[in-house]
Design a protein around this ligand. Structure first.
Ligand code: ADP
Ligand code: ADP
Length: 228
């Protein structure tokens, strides 16, 4: 499903962020990516949705090689990969409904199909009652649920989450994990970079630890492995 073959990333300032990573993530897996600040986690994740391009090596999402993907194919790729961020990145002038519908409107989906799909994903994240609200009117947890709805509305094969609970209090973080697990159980592969030791040590999943741009640990049902 996701494969990295001898992947390296050097930024223009000569920082070598990823130094030879080989990894396979199978369809339907739930993977935590852990490691100290500056270890390369965000770079690792950004390369999976072609926000960054590797300097060397190949990255496959199924049969698609992201290293050789043409610019004009990126929008199509982004429909196959949903992304959520620590800071939500909702459009502040649009309602929850409109934020989620946006990704479908750009592909000129039929309005009745859009409405059904948006309401279906708002149901999954338990936010139908806030469809008319603006992001500013929502709690942090509700904003993240809206962002997750937006990320899954195209039914992506993969959901990538870069510290999705980083701005949330502990109770809200557990709620978000419930939703991510639910989405995973529906068949979506989930890759989540996190610093949340409690979550990683409690909801046991595969753990990939990155330090200095290398995979230093890859365990089924692993631990967080660092002091917080
Ligand atoms: P993490 O997510 O684990 O904190 P990052 O992938 O953000 O790690 O960063 C890895 C290394 O790459 C760090 O040394 C960081 O400063 C550097 N880096 C990240 N993004 C950029 C960038 N856009 N330009 C230059 N250096 C970067
Ligand atoms: P349900 O019947 O499942 O509760 P509704 O069709 O009543 O869902 O829609 C709930 C809310 O979603 C509406 O009150 C509205 O705020 C929003 N909504 C629905 N359709 C649209 C649309 N086409 N554009 C913008 N907002 C919409």
């Amino acid at each position: 499903m996701i494969e990295m073959k001898d992947v390296w990333k050097m930024y223009p300032n000569n920082v070598s962020a990823i130094n030879g990573i080989n990894i396979i993530i199978e369809k339907g897996e739930f993977v935590y990516v852990v490691g100290p600040s500056g270890a390369g986690k965000s770079t690792f994740i950004k390369m999976m949705y072609r926000e960054e391009r590797p300097t060397r090596g190949d990255i496959f999402i199924d049969k698609t090689n992201l290293s050789t993907l043409k610019e004009k194919q990126i929008p199509h790729l982004r429909r196959r990969i949903g992304v959520v961020f620590q800071d939500f990145k909702l459009l502040s002038s649009l309602t929850v409904y409109e934020n989620v519908a946006f990704a479908l409107e750009v592909i000129e989906e039929d309005p009745s199909v859009i409405k059904r799909k948006v309401m279906d994903v708002l149901d999954i994240v338990r936010l139908k009652h806030k469809a008319r609200a603006l992001p500013d009117e929502l709690s942090g947890g509700e904003q993240q649920r809206a962002a997750i709805a937006r990320a899954i509305v195209n039914q992506p094969e993969v959901l990538i989450a870069d510290e999705p609970t980083g701005n949330l209090d502990p109770d809200t973080a557990w709620e978000i994990m419930d939703i991510l697990e639910d989405i995973n159980h529906r068949g979506t592969t989930v890759v989540m970079a996190t610093h949340n030791k409690d979550i990683v040590n409690t909801i046991k999943k595969r753990v990939i630890a990155i330090e200095n741009g290398r995979v230093v640990r890859d365990q089924i049902r692993g631990d967080y492995g660092y002091e917080v």
